[in-house]
Write a protein that binds this ligand. Structure first.
Ligand SMILES: C[S@@+](CC[C@H](N)C(=O)[O-])C[C@H]1O[C@@H](n2cnc3c(N)ncnc32)[C@H](O)[C@@H]1O
Length: 290
């Protein structure tokens, strides 16, 4: 396991993932019923942007910082900007003083409400799981609703789904280090959906070559019997298989009107985060709703 998310925190992929995640959480919270949230590949929880790792690639400058540099950000991405302010008291409006970037565990934990809500976090890297436990305790205290598992996220999903309470979502956000990881993700999503047909599943994926990714999405969605969409943001033309050209999320059982809610956010991110000609955004229906 060589991948460390600290090198990539706050990049364009994280911005897309976390903007979408916050909309999924907002939709779940339209009802007061308790929820179970699962993050199968959690990372370390929060990321210090002054760290050597974050500074080395400086990816956050072309992600979160580029988004915040536009004064329209708080109006277009209110939940995302509010989360950044919560974690960075005193954050300047242009985002230039951003110090800590929230990972998905922090965003998920921040959304917990009543005593019956649950959050299950899985992280396999031996050092990162220690950092994750430390961060969650420092940020949220010893909250009995939050469980951190040092486990393979794909294996853990077999035991964690369907969860109790039965309402909720799974974020699957692997490192895609292994050659067969795309196939493993597709199998894992299909199996989780069979066990928990009403669960909302959000799967992040990198886009190198668009054609390859399109074939994978079609295979994944072909095994599902529920409404499924894909939301994508590319920062340059997705033709070169050797570099990261963008990313997307497949969402199974998306909330009502998610695409309409996301469209202006995606338009904004598309214009702020594009790096080269051929960049673009799209929201694609993979399996139509009933
Ligand atoms: C892309 S990062 C996660 C970022 C995080 N979800 C966020 O948005 O803040 C992927 C994480 O998965 C971990 N990982 C890799 N293989 C794993 C596995 N089989 N099970 C659980 N975690 C794994 C890596 O150590 C890494 O921390």
């Amino acid at each position: 396991m060589n991948y460390r998310h600290a090198f990539h925190a706050g990049n364009a992929g994280d911005v897309l993932k976390h903007v979408v995640l916050l909309e999924l959480l907002a939709a779940l919270q339209r009802k007061p019923n308790p929820v179970h949230l699962i993050d199968s590949h959690a990372g370390i929880g929060c990321y210090d942007l002054a760290s050597d790792e974050a500074q080395r690639g400086g990816e956050f400058r072309f992600g979160v910082q580029a988004a915040l540099a536009d004064t329209a950000a708080p109006r277009i991405l209110p939940a995302y900007v509010a989360a950044l302010h919560d974690l960075n008291p005193g954050l300047r409006d242009d985002g230039s003083s951003l110090q800590v970037y929230p990972g998905s565990p922090w965003l998920l934990a921040r959304s917990l409400r009543g005593p019956e809500d649950r959050l299950s976090l899985c992280e396999l890297h031996p050092q990162d799981v220690i950092a994750l436990k430390r961060t969650m305790t420092a940020e949220f205290g010893r909250d009995p609703r939050i469980a951190v598992h040092h486990r393979d996220g794909f294996e853990a999903l077999k035991g964690l789904t369907p969860p109790s309470p039965r309402r909720g979502l799974v974020l699957i956000d692997p490192a895609y280090e292994a050659k067969d990881e795309f196939a493993a993700v597709a199998r894992s999503v299909q199996a989780a959906h069979r066990r928990w047909p009403t669960g909302m599943l959000a799967v992040w994926y990198p886009i190198k070559e668009q054609k390859t990714v399109d074939v994978w999405k079609a295979t994944l969605a072909g095994g599902l019997g529920a409404e499924t969409i894909a939301v994508e943001l590319t920062i340059r033309a997705a033709r070169e298989a050797k570099q990261m050209n963008g990313s997307g999320l497949v969402i199974v059982n998306p909330p009502w009107q998610l695409a309409a809610t996301l469209q202006p956010m995606l338009d904004f991110l598309g214009s702020r985060l594009a790096r080269e000609a051929g960049a673009g955004t799209r929201i694609e229906t993979l399996v139509p709703g009933a």
